[in-house]
Ligand binder design. Sequence first.
Ligand code: NCD
Length: 304
Amino acid sequence: MNKPARGSLLGIEYLEAKDIRALLKLARRMNPLKARPLLRNKRIVLLFYEASTRTRSSFEFAAKALGAMTTLVQSAGSSIEKGESLLDTGYTLRAIGADAIVIRHPSAGAPLLMAKHLDIPVINAGDGMHEHPSQALLDAFTILKHKQAFKGLQVAIIGDIYHSRVARSACHLLSKFGVKITLCGPPEFVPEVAATLAPGLRVSRYIEDALRGTDVVMLLRLQKERLAGQKIRLQDYIARYQMTSARLKLARRDAIVMHPGPIIRGLELTAEVADGAQSVIVDEVQNGVPTRMAILARALGKAR
Ligand code: NCD
């Protein structure tokens, strides 16, 4: 077992603020439509053990914009279905000539395990309830685009924080820059202990309280089966926590609304909010491409 290869991106928790700044600066210089082929002849494997639309396709576009070759390996239709272990799949992909692996896996720690056994960079594209570092970076990129600086910002993260790797990575990232974060939702989704995840966090049960004075409203995907599992009625959740135009008025006038997707109109937010002037949800998903270009360029030592 070794240390993960240089350039691996396993979680935001392990990064320093200066590494994050460097990645965001690099992302700002990346133009998917006019990029130099920094990764020509590099082979990048997209290894997806879970469903994905935006993460997978934006990693693929990012790799291709930089001139790399990509191959997609998904559980269905690959030897994973035949019971091959995670590490054996990794060794196989390495033997075929992979220069880097982007992996999404339902188990927390799967990318780290792979990184410890392979001599190529491993990039975490979401592991269980643990982290989703590329999402946190593209969210930070989006916030800085609209708000210029992290200093003095107030962010409200609303929804199922407990199960959300997006929320976990966002908290780690934003707290490293001193952002004040309010986590909001019912106790089943936002236990009090969530506030101990990173410095600068607080928990609120009331969306009205969480929104007051906030610059950024970050919503999370809500899975109906999780509501049912916690015996929370859908209509009760909607009544207390859905983002509506009326509630949005409580935030700062120039507050932006973010959501990592996939969104469900009428559940986490109303269609009016999703398509409203304060929503940056489409921009956010678009920013995934330059951000992931920066992550891949850094992974393969071309971050200049
Ligand atoms: C998230 C994920 O899969 O972690 N989506 C994404 O990557 N943009 C959020 C989610 O599915 O809940």
